[in-house]
Design a protein around this ligand. Structure first.
Ligand code: HEC
Ligand code: HEC
Length: 399
């Protein structure tokens, strides 16, 4: 059968066997059509064969030099919510990564440090523990090094590390907690980032609450007919699996979808200031700096013109809670996202050949959205604000 042929090609035999058994006749027909369609499109066979299947997330990998403990996670949670890890009292991690906004900030472009404007959409912290490349540009490789980049970044936390460290040393409860967790006499700022990273490793999807994961675990009723058809469209005619693959639904590679820039960059000085400033920080050519009208993404890392407009593929888990979408937040709903891909993206530089007109009909689009929703938990991961400890005046020497 077509579905079998397709499973061989994707190398995802196990997954396909599992869901092919459940697919309706209709959906199998879709897969068949999709296979035919793809044969016409001639995707690179080697590439297709190497695609890792979607599937349940494995346990989070923990680095050997930052082991987990409940006390460390609790401390990290407090620090994530504590505005003293930042320049003024305005910008703890949580203001841009709010649990009730899908652990992002809910805006197209993130808020910035007071008096500034950020220039990109705030990514969700949910499942960030699974990436080996963080940020839209993929320029940081661990949560331990991401946290100081955020807390010190001038348009994010804007905190000075030695000042933040001194603040922690004047909070007796933190002094006691750091001592217990890290064994040091006084809190160290690098340990604060380790604790935050440990906390973030607990902000992950709960497979029991994710319909797709329940389906993969054997609950055949976890996905409805529309979602099953959507899964076939995802793997077949729409080709989303080519980039959004593996348990995270991200290959962690970089592509340009040809997205247009968010209009605010054309009209709002604060956005333009940050755009210019980022170009200056990232050290690009003078003409690039002066003609700052596009977020060039991966290019800032490589300085290779072929990387202009490329961004790291994001996970498709928990999308129900993380709108708006894309590095510049220009798409508000999953319907808009699917329409964008269906028309083959737009004409930005270096657009991936994998983004092409799909010719999906209304039912296929609806089914695809329904499937995407099945990758989110039934209920959002919410969290109470922890009680934060107070400063106390100096009594005796603090080193
Ligand atoms: C002023 C808003 C703001 C603050 C404060 C902030 N962030 Fe972010 N965060 C963002 C934005 C915007 C991005 C995407 C930036 C980019 O790609 O250039 C991001 C990206 C991230 C990512 C990467 C996720 C991924 O998918 O790669 C993590 C993790 C993260 N932030 C954690 C934190 C932590 C921890 C703190 C506190 C130490 C923090 N953030 C503070 C706005 C903020
Ligand atoms: C060529 C690789 C590629 C293909 C094929 C692809 N995507 Fe993407 N997708 C990406 C990249 C890269 C981004 C981030 C782009 C950006 O922000 O500039 C993205 C972003 C998204 C987002 C936004 C997620 C967020 O957190 O903001 C959604 C939703 C999405 N894709 C769904 C899909 C669907 C549905 C399909 C199939 C119709 C698909 N993608 C096909 C690479 C791909």
């Amino acid at each position: 059968m077509q579905a079998d042929k397709w499973s061989v090609r994707t190398g995802a035999a196990a997954v396909v066997a599992l869901f092919a058994a459940t697919l309706t006749i209709d959906a199998v027909a879709q897969v068949g059509k999709a296979a035919a369609n793809r044969a016409v499109q001639k995707p690179a066979a080697a590439q297709t064969a190497a695609i890792p299947p979607l599937g349940p997330l494995p346990p989070v990998a923990v680095p050997a030099d930052n082991p987990m403990s409940p006390e460390k996670v609790e401390l990290g949670k407090m620090l994530f919510f504590d505005s003293r890890l930042g320049g003024d009292a305005s910008s703890p991690c949580v203001v841009c990564h709010q649990p009730d906004k899908g652990w992002g900030d809910g805006g197209e472009i993130s808020r910035g440090y007071p008096g500034t404007q950020h220039w990109r959409n705030s990514q969700t912290v949910l499942n960030s523990a699974y990436y080996n490349k963080l940020f839209w540009e993929g320029n940081v490789t661990s949560l331990e090094s991401q946290a100081p980049a955020a807390a010190e970044g001038n348009v994010a936390g804007n905190g000075d590390p030695s000042l933040m460290e001194m603040r922690l040393r004047f909070i007796p409860e933190y002094v006691a907690r750091f001592k217990k967790v890290f064994g040091t006499e006084w809190p160290r700022i690098t340990h604060a980032w380790q604790a935050v990273a440990a906390f973030e490793r607990t902000i992950v999807s709960d497979a029991k609450k994710v319909p797709f994961d329940r389906f993969m675990a054997g609950d055949k009723k976890a996905l409805n007919e529309s979602q099953l058809r959507g899964m076939a469209v995802y793997h077949g005619k729409a080709g989303c699996i080519q980039c959004h693959n593996g348990p995270l639904a991200s290959d962690q590679k970089f592509y340009s979808l040809g997205l247009p820039e968010n209009e605010v960059f054309k009209t709002e000085p604060l956005f333009q200031i940050t755009h210019r400033w980022e170009h200056y920080q990232k050290g690009i050519t003078e003409s690039g700096y002066r003609n700052a009208d596009l977020d060039m993404g991966l290019y800032y890392q490589t300085k290779n013109p072929k990387d202009i407009g490329k961004f790291r593929t994001p996970s498709l888990r928990e999308l129900k809670y993380t709108a708006p979408y894309m590095h510049n937040g220009i798409l508000y709903t999953l319907e808009e996202v699917v329409d964008f891909y269906d028309k083959g993206g737009e004409d930005g530089p270096n657009k991936s050949p994998l983004v092409r007109k799909l010719g999906l009909n209304a039912q296929e689009k609806k089914d695809l959205v329904a499937f995407l929703e099945s990758l989110s938990m039934d209920t959002p991961l919410l969290m109470d604000t922890p009680t934060l400890p107070h400063y106390a005046p100096l009594k005796g020497a603090r080193k």
